[in-house]
Structure formats: structure tokens, C-alpha cells
Design a binder for this molecule. Structure first.
Ligand code: NAP
Length: 323
């Protein structure tokens, strides 16, 4: 039986209307979702203007760049390191920078050695005396390690753990009671992709960063009820003096700028990412290229492949050293 053309036209017209209204509902829904996410992100964004921010390892590399970007964002900085002269130079440099967008402040300095527990306790007191409280503690200071495990003295493992792990956790624990009392604050940790995967000939460093990741993951969960946020940030290679300052298996300075480090990301760019992650209160962020991030997933999802790749890398480096 033939359908009348009028009936089929009205049927198509009806379907058109139905699809049209479905599309509008979908569009309104999507628009609402985007708006909700936007408002949520704006609400989550911490304002760093006037915030008291402590940066350890501010005398060079990433810490120094973080000092520049957090200063420009209007933070009241407390800069830490062992070298007072370098920190003083930085304070003067920051003082000479005028930012029209934000009110800026003269930074304070607290010097101490992270490997000396008694100095860390005193430093925490001095830090709290500066403004009476801390809004953001950025545990950035650290050293790296280059060496073969077979030739590495146990004292070197201990030294790297003291600076990269025990020092930062001692400082954090000394600052935390005041954050808990105020029911606010944020602890930011500069870990490394090597806190998630271990690369041969970096044992002490990778172990210290794995310990860091584990400790601050526990801390995040334990502090949630007090409104205190914990951000573990894991960069890949950054163009700094990290490899130059690294220790070797016998405790001497490595003193070489590795190719990977020399070709790493600009510290200023990474400092910008640290600022953003701090403002967004990111819980955990990898700040590296596609290959290191992929390696982290391979380590989790296909460990046997990861182990094979790392053994190959170790063989290649052994061969290169023997030549
Ligand atoms: N560069 C990279 O490729 C890379 C990649 C991933 C993660 N990271 C991480 O980024 C952070 C910053 O390193 P960077 O690359 O900027 O290296 P860097 O240029 O060598 O800076 C290291 C900073 O740590 C401080 N420091 C070292 N030993 C210390 C100690 N015993 N007590 C107190 N402060 C100490 C140094 O200050 P003083 O010497 O003045 O004390 C210096 O300011 C480290 O945690 C590192 O693990 C770096």
C-alpha cells in the first residue's frame, strides 16, 4: 500500500523536531556541565596574592624560578637554602621587579641544611616567626645521585635519603601543627618521575623520591579532614645544575651536566606549571613528556616489559662506560 506523501512529510517533520529537541537538551546539558566545571575550577583555585609561601632550595634551578613566579603572583616568600649570599642576591633581584598586576612583598630568608635534623627544627621555628603561619610549604630542595650500586657506599644512600626524604618530612612535620590549628594550608612536594619509576644508576635518588611519594600520599589522606591539601608534583628532566651537584657512589661530586638534563625543560616553564598546580591544588601531577609518562603506565600495566627495557638500558650504559 502506498503512503500518502503528506503523511510521510509530517512523519519526517515530527522526527526532525524530535532530533532537534534532543540536540537542544544535549547542548543545554553540555553547556551546563562546562559551566559547572568552570565554576568548580574557579572555586578550587587558591589565590596566592598575600599567601605566605616557603620555598626550600630557592638558591638555584627550579626553586629559584619558583621564587620568581610566586613573587610575581603576590606571595609573601620565605626562601630557604644553605647559601645566604645567593638567597640575598635573589631577594634583591625580586625587590627590583615591579608587577603592575599584583602587590609584591620583600622576601625573607631562612638558611639551614636539610641533612641536619637539629637545624631543620630550628628552621621551622624561624620560618613560623616570619609571619606567624605558613599557607604553602614547597619542599623543593634536593640532590641527585649517579652511580653503580655495586660501588656505592651505604653512607651515600643515607646522605641522599637525609636531604631528599628525612629533611623534608622533618620540616613538614614541624610546620604541620600550625596548619592543623588554622585548618588550612598546602604542602607541595617536588618529587620526580623517578619517584614513580626507577632508572638504573640512579638508585639512591629514585629510592628517596619513591619514599617521598609514599609518605606524602599517606599525609594527603590523613590531613584531608583538616582541610590541608598535599600536592606531589613529578617533573621529568629540567635544565638545572641537578646533575652537576649530584653525588656519586664514593660521595664525591658528579660534576657533569648530563645530556638529558641539558636538554630538559626550561626551569621557568616548570615553575609556571608548579604555580598552576599549586593554585589548582592538584593532588598528584606528572610534569614530563609523553615517553616518561608512558613508562610510568608500562611499569604498572606491563611490568615485565618495563624490567626488560631497564635491563637493556643498564647493559647499554655498562658497555658505554667500559669503552
Ligand atoms: N633537574 C631535573 O632534571 C629534575 C627533575 C625532576 C625533579 N627535580 C627535582 O627538583 C628539585 C630542585 O632541583 P634542581 O633541579 O633545581 O637542582 P639544583 O639546581 O641543584 O637545586 C637544588 C637546590 O637544593 C638545595 N639543597 C641541596 N642540598 C641541600 C641541603 N643539604 N640542605 C638544604 N638545601 C639543599 C640547593 O641549595 P643550596 O646549595 O644553596 O643549599 C639548591 O637550591 C629537586 O627536588 C629535584 O629532585 C629535578
Amino acid at each position: 500500500m502506498l503512503r500518502s506523501p503528506r503523511r510521510s512529510v509530517s512523519k519526517y517533520w515530527g522526527m526532525d523536531k524530535m532530533f532537534g529537541s534532543m540536540a537542544s537538551v544535549l547542548l543545554v546539558g553540555l553547556g551546563g556541565l562546562v559551566l559547572y566545571r568552570l565554576l568548580q575550577r574557579l572555586r578550587q583555585k587558591a589565590c596566592l596574592q598575600d599567601a605566605v609561601v616557603v620555598i626550600t632550595g630557592a638558591s638555584s634551578g627550579l626553586g629559584k624560578e619558583c621564587a620568581r613566579v610566586f613573587h610575581a603572583a603576590g606571595a609573601k616568600l620565605i626562601l630557604c637554602g644553605r647559601n645566604r649570599n645567593l638567597l640575598q642576591e635573589l631577594v634583591e633581584e625580586l625587590g627590583a621587579v615591579a608587577d603592575s598586576k599584583h602587590k609584591t612583598y620583600t622576601a625573607s630568608i631562612v638558611t639551614f641544611d636539610l641533612s641536619k635534623v637539629e637545624e631543620v627544627a630550628q628552621a621551622a621555628e624561624d620560618i613560623l616567626k616570619c609571619h606567624g603561619y605558613v599557607d604553602v610549604l614547597i619542599n623543593n630542595a634536593g640532590i641527585s645521585f649517579r652511580g653503580n650500586i655495586l660501588n656505592t657506599h651505604i653512607d651515600v644512600h643515607k646522605e641522599v635519603m637525609e636531604i631528599n626524604y628525612f629533611g623534608p618530612i622533618a620540616l613538614t612535620q614541624a610546620i604541620l601543627p600550625s596548619m592543623v590549628q588554622r585548618q588550612r594550608g598546602q604542602v607541595v612536594v617536588i618529587s620526580s618521575i623517578q619517584g614513580k619509576i626507577s632508572i638504573p644508576f640512579r638508585s639512591a635518588y629514585a629510592a628517596s623520591k619513591h619514599a617521598t611519594q609514599a609518605y606524602f600520599d599517606c599525609l594527603r589522606a590523613e590531613l584531608e579532614q583538616y582541610g590541608i591539601k598535599v600536592s606531589v608534583l613529578s617533573p621529568g628532566y629540567i635544565r638545572t645544575s641537578l646533575s652537576l651537584n649530584a653525588v656519586t657512589g664514593n660521595g664525591s661530586k658528579y660534576g657533569v651536566l648530563d645530556r638529558n638534563t641539558a636538554e630538559g625543560r626550561d626551569p621557568w616553564e616548570v615553575a609556571g606549571a608548579v604555580l598552576e598546580a599549586t593554585e589548582r591544588r592538584r593532588k598528584d601531577a606528572m610534569m614530563a613528556g609523553a615517553i616518561p609518562c608512558l613508562a610510568v603506565y608500562i611499569r604498572t600495566l606491563w611490568p615485565s616489559l618495563f624490567f626488560r627495557l631497564m635491563a637493556g638500558r643498564a647493559r647499554k650504559e655498562h658497555k658505554a662506560k667500559d669503552q
